[in-house]
Design a protein around this ligand. Structure first.
Ligand code: MRU
Length: 365
């Protein structure tokens, strides 16, 4: 088996100020690997809504670059600085509401707007353009570093769990790798780093209905890296655990509250309940930009509801009769009590409670 190496990025900025944003269209994977251009903010918003770009950190980075697209629009239209700022604010509102659950999107867009606000009031439009692109690039570059740190800390937690359950493997859900971030990923980086460190174990990926991010994207990334992966239907996780094949679960997050409740891809909560029932450690991996300390408990997290057709017509094939209703929340909330530890760039938050979260995050507040 070849050794693991980095997978391709999921988004890139071509050129400098006035350049363009390109996204790897993830709706086409694994059968087609195609980059699409985003000539205007509408196309960035559409790409975020339709999951051409997805994963909490990646949509944050796309939102920041989306503002660079907006700034370039202002430059091309020759807007004077006051109008250019108004244009950026209007576009920021469209970008940060493109998807409601992942707080990284709002965080990255607001951080980029703040970079513009720090410029002198009489700064020319060209300075606005440069400031937006510089901030977007900084967010992108920082995310690479955060992923690397999360990978290191997460690999240590997994190594311990693997040592405690010889012969068992690691189960993950959705996609939390290079396709979901600006670097090598969060939960998936923990898995690939453990593999790179020489640990050998089974990697299990839930297919992750209804959009199959596990089967289409996580499995694709692991194949690219030469790491063997076993895909299972989401409902097989209980049987896998009952037969002793899971040493640990590790997943990502879209928003984590001050008390440690975690919103993540639908199916995460069921997995955490199953893990608790089998005494299996359940880890969450996320950068500090995924924490929303303005919210105390998970009930306050807005949960995105998506189109019924994603359930009735999976992968475009009719799977339910015409006229049925579908329940399709994109995310669920896992209470802190079910989570063994949260892996951040600063290290492992364990136990998961308000005090420990505040302690570990103090560095970034
Ligand atoms: O709907 P998606 O594919 O954007 O959902 C992605 C997830 O739920 C991920 O687990 C989460 O964003 C973390 S990505 C590092």
């Amino acid at each position: 088996m070849p050794s693991s190496s980095s997978t391709p990025a999921c988004l890139r900025w071509i050129g400098d100020v006035g350049g363009r944003l390109e996204l790897l269209d993830q709706t086409l994977l694994p059968s087609r690997h195609e980059w699409i251009g985003c000539p205007d903010v509408e196309s960035v918003v559409e790409a975020i809504k339709s999951l051409r770009v997805r994963g909490a950190p990646a949509i944050g980075i796309a939102g920041a670059y989306g503002l660079a697209v907006a700034a370039a629009e202002a430059g091309r239209r020759g807007l004077e600085p006051g109008l250019a700022r108004e244009h950026l604010h209007a576009r920021a509102a469209e970008l940060d509401s493109a998807r409601p659950t992942a707080v990284n999107l709002r965080w990255a867009v607001r951080r980029t707007v703040a970079a513009v606000e720090r410029l002198p009031a009489d700064a020319p439009t060209t300075a606005l353009e440069a400031a937006v692109l510089t901030e977007a690039r900084a967010i992108h570059a920082e995310d690479r570093e955060l992923c690397a740190a999360i990978g290191r800390h997460g690999a240590r937690a997994l190594a311990e769990a693997l040592a405690a359950a010889p012969g068992a493997g690691v189960l993950t859900h959705c996609n939390t790798g290079a396709l979901a971030t600006g670097g090598d990923g969060t939960a998936l980086a923990a898995i690939t780093t453990a593999w790179d460190d020489g640990h050998r174990f089974d990697v299990f990926a839930d297919e992750t209905r209804p959009l199959f991010q596990g089967a289409r994207l996580t499995a694709w990334e692991l194949v690219q890296r030469g790491i063997p992966v076993t895909v299972l239907v989401d409902s097989a996780a209980g049987q896998l655990m009952r037969t002793g094949r899971v040493a640990a679960c590790i997943v990502g997050a879209d928003r984590i509250t001050a008390s440690g409740d975690v919103a993540n891809k639908i199916g995460t909560y069921s997995l955490a309940v199953l893990a608790a029932a089998h005494g299996i450690p359940f880890f969450v991996a996320a950068p500090s930009s995924t924490f929303d300390l303005s919210i105390d408990g998970g009930d306050a997290i807005p949960i995105e509801q998506r189109a019924a057709t994603e359930v009735t017509h999976p992968l475009g094939m009719q799977a339910a009769p015409d006229g049925v209703l579908a329940y399709n929340p994109a995310f669920d909330v896992t209470p802190a009590a079910l989570i063994r530890g949260i892996v951040t760039e600063h290290g492992l938050i364990q136990p998961v409670d308000r005090e420990r979260i505040a302690d570990v995050l103090r560095a970034t507040l």
